[in-house]
Write a protein that binds this ligand. Structure first.
Ligand code: HEM
Length: 484
């Protein structure tokens, strides 16, 4: 297909071109076995609502911003999470907050919100800094070891995807358990996650073909088992040790906060199993999504040297504006000054939303943007499609962080408000958004402060959408050490 309208000066970073239109849904499912993108047609990026019926199931793809809000905000109770969300994740996260509905969800959200008070941005900054410092040491060692001190002039090849996966998992383990994540343990866990992701995507497609749920879940459970066992052991160890809350004014970490959280309405707390479910989900939510977006942000910095240079100047200015600069680490107030850095991260989330689709189930016959939505329809909302939709964004596939600056033009400001949903919308919106943004700014700022990121001309990421959006073949860039 030809790319959507793009102004001559706009340079487009990679994305999988949608396939030409085909009414044959079976063919699309076959493509979808590999990546969810295979279900999409080029046409989907032009229409407000797409609808079809397949093996007795009504499927809707909702792109119109007002209809998206209807589903996720104003009529949220009429569109709960689809049962497929629960069963595809159940082997891994049980009945954790993300996939349940109604009062079961509301009570968990009250407890999680309470525990998140502990993960306040200023309090978790030291844990983030520890993990980011460990990342910088790893990168410096790689670059120095490449061809002598400082690496070659072409830079040293680094897999940004693997490094971002490790640093974000390290951040979340430090925040939840108050300890770093070790190399060998990390490798085993990541491998299990990667296997689960691949099989979960496939299982969802096979479910459309009516393969039995129990069989598919059994197939997934084998890959979830090592992750759940690792987390259950950490929780058991904490519960057995005990932690006398009377001796402290507030919990030491997120796990302790989850253990101590009490529902103000019912007095209920998380059970042991409930804690395992919740921590499994927080580990998944807290590292897969951030790793996905940070990997793509590093790729983009390599492709767009002028953007990288502007970010570096902003970081140095933030550091220089305070005593002790430039050798000190970036503090809480410095990070808040990085408005261009925040715009880069938002534009990365627009082009490469880590959670590229959500599914809901309609509870009654209704209408969405003028299209009929029957009861029990599977309603898909896709940040990937909405955020690249031709009728919303100008140059939808171009990388332009300026869209998210306060002096952006009126159209960009409008779409940033109405057609930007990487964290979801409404009451189910991600409570970790500010956490993720702080972590991302810290990683990107420290990276450009110490290194020049160069593209690797021999590598192109191959994007696949499963539970999260990842590159099948990693994200290779080249790093060159900067001397101060
Ligand atoms: C760039 C990073 C992140 C992205 C793009 C992201 C995206 C999302 C999205 C799209 C949802 C809701 C989807 C829906 O409505 O179906 C969600 C839910 C959630 N996220 Fe995140 N997330 C990120 C980071 C985090 C982090 C770091 C944490 C925790 C430390 C976290 C914790 C959660 C929780 C607990 C929920 C469930 C909320 C509920 O159902 O009430 N997320 N996230």
């Amino acid at each position: 297909m030809t790319n959507p309208p793009t102004s001559p000066e706009a340079k487009e970073p990679i994305y999988p071109l949608p396939e030409p239109y085909t009414p044959n849904f079976l063919r699309r499912i076959r493509r979808g076995l590999y990546s969810w993108f295979g279900l999409l047609n080029e046409w989907d990026f032009r229409i407000p609502v797409g609808a079809l019926r397949f093996m007795g199931l009504n499927l809707l793809l909702v792109n119109d911003p007002a209809a998206v809000r209807q589903v996720m905000v104003s009529e949220v109770e009429a569109f709960p999470k689809h049962p497929y969300t629960l069963w595809i994740l159940e082997p891994l996260i049980g009945r954790a907050i993300f996939s349940v509905n109604g009062e079961e969800w509301a009570q968990q959200r009250r407890l999680v919100d309470q525990a998140f008070q502990v993960a306040q941005l200023q309090r978790v900054l030291p844990q983030m800094e520890g993990a980011v410092e460990a990342l910088m040491e790893r990168l410096e060692a790689q670059v120095d070891g490449c061809t002598g001190d400082g690496g070659s002039i072409d830079g040293c090849p680094v897999d940004a995807d693997a490094e971002m996966t490790l640093v974000t998992a390290d951040v979340i383990v430090r925040t939840i358990l108050s300890r770093p994540l070790e190399g060998a343990e990390a490798e085993a866990i990541f491998a299990a996650f990667a296997r689960y992701q691949k099989r979960a995507g496939r299982a969802l497609m096979l479910r459309f073909l009516r393969l039995p749920r129990r069989r598919l879940q059994g197939y997934l459970a084998t890959h979830a088992a090592p992750i759940r066992a690792w987390i259950a052991a950490a929780i058991e160890a904490r519960l057995d040790t005990g932690d006398d809350s009377s001796e402290r004014s507030s919990p030491q970490d997120l796990l302790q906060a989850l253990i101590e959280a009490r529902d103000p309405q019912s007095g209920a707390r998380f059970s042991r199993d409930g804690l395992v479910d919740q921590v499994c989900f927080l580990f998944l939510a807290g590292h897969e999504t951030s790793a996905s977006s940070l990997g793509m942000a590093v790729y983009l910095l390599g492709c767009f040297p002028e953007v990288q240079q502007r970010l570096r100047a902003e970081v140095l200015q933030a550091l220089g504006s305070r005593a002790g600069a430039p050798d000190r680490t970036l503090g809480f107030d410095d990070l808040r000054q990085l408005s261009y850095g925040a715009a880069i991260f938002n534009e990365t989330l627009r082009l490469y939303p880590p959670v590229s689709f959500f599914i809901r189930e309609s509870q009654a016959n209704t209408e969405l943007a003028g299209s009929r939505c029957p009861m029990r329809a599977l309603v898909t909302l896709s940040p990937w499609v909405v955020q690249r939709h031709e009728q919303h964004w100008s140059d939808p596939n171009a990388f332009r962080p300026e869209r998210f600056l306060s002096d952006a033009n009126a159209d960009d400001r409008r779409w940033a408000r109405d057609a930007f949903l990487p964290y979801g919308l409404g009451p189910r919106k991600c409570p970790g958004a500010a956490f993720a943004q702080q972590e991302a700014l810290l990683v990107l700022a420290e990276l450009v402060r110490r290194f020049e990121v160069l593209p690797d001309p021999e590598h192109e990421p191959e994007l696949v959408a499963r539970l999260t959006l990842r590159s099948r073949n990693g994200i290779r860039v080249r790093l060159l050490r900067l001397r101060s």
